[in-house]
Design a binder for this molecule. Structure first.
Ligand code: ZN
Length: 238
């Protein structure tokens, strides 16, 4: 369902910053745009034929927002028709002004992108089959406000953790009762207290539910085979 431009953790430059997307016709949906993402987007030709971009932001670590300014600037100044707004940035209220501040500090004025601020939940219309977005406030690092998302896409219910070191109770119970079809979790091998470890994921999710779970945001020592042997999927980038 979701595809990935990069699958790595913040400093895992070999895999690139973790970044999910859906491309459909002339539209592109992105979750985050970290430091290494814009160059990969260009290298992979992801913007070819694109007229409209929608981006959902999880939090403001550089590996999730670091090249958003490049993407917005490129979409406004270079993509045709030039000097027109083609990107919409979706943020929970707690992130809206900070995202605008980052972009302003990079010379991106507010009129170069559309902004949609979401509260409890959001039901988009005509957004590539995405019919529902619900933010979950999650814990990651003490200094940042971070969100995971529950999404309905083409009738499938998808959980996307962003960066967090826990699984919200409500989300875990939805997974265990079969209400979630696909579950994307940032998963680290190293014990670092900011992401969920593979060991914690294994302890939290019984074997019969693991086929719905995709590990992402992989650190340098993450062992794909170990995770797959435990019954999890591991995302791959394009
Ligand atoms: Zn982070």
């Amino acid at each position: 369902m979701l595809m990935f431009i990069g699958t790595g953790s913040a400093f895992n430059t070999a895999l690139g910053n973790n970044n999910a997307f859906i491309k459909k016709g002339n539209e592109l949906f992105l979750i985050d745009c970290g430091s290494t993402n814009f160059s990969r987007i260009m290298e992979r030709g992801l913007l070819e034929g694109i007229k409209k971009i929608t981006l959902l932001q999880t939090h403001l670590h550089a590996d999730h927002v670091g090249s958003l300014g490049d993407l917005v600037g490129y979409s406004y100044h270079v993509m045709k028709p030039q000097q027109t707004t083609k990107i919409t940035i979706i943020t929970p209220k707690a992130l809206t002004e900070d995202v605008a501040g980052i972009l302003r500090s990079e010379g991106i004025s507010d009129d170069q992108y559309h902004s949609i601020e979401i509260d409890e939940s959001y039901t988009p219309e005509n957004m590539m089959g995405i019919t529902y977005i619900k933010p979950y406030l999650v814990t990651h690092v003490p200094t940042l406000t971070c969100f995971a998302y529950l999404l309905e896409i083409n009738g499938k219910t998808i959980y996307y953790s962003g960066d967090c070191n826990m699984i919200p109770d409500d989300i875990l119970s939805k997974l265990l009762t079969g209400e979630i079809d696909l579950f994307y979790q940032d998963t680290s091998k190293a014990e670092n207290k900011v992401h969920l470890t593979l060991q914690q994921l294994t302890e939290s999710i019984p074997e019969e539910h693991r086929h719905k779970v995709y590990c992402m945001h992989l650190d340098e020592t993450f062992d794909r085979e170990e995770a797959e042997n435990l019954g999890f999927h591991v995302v791959e980038s394009i």
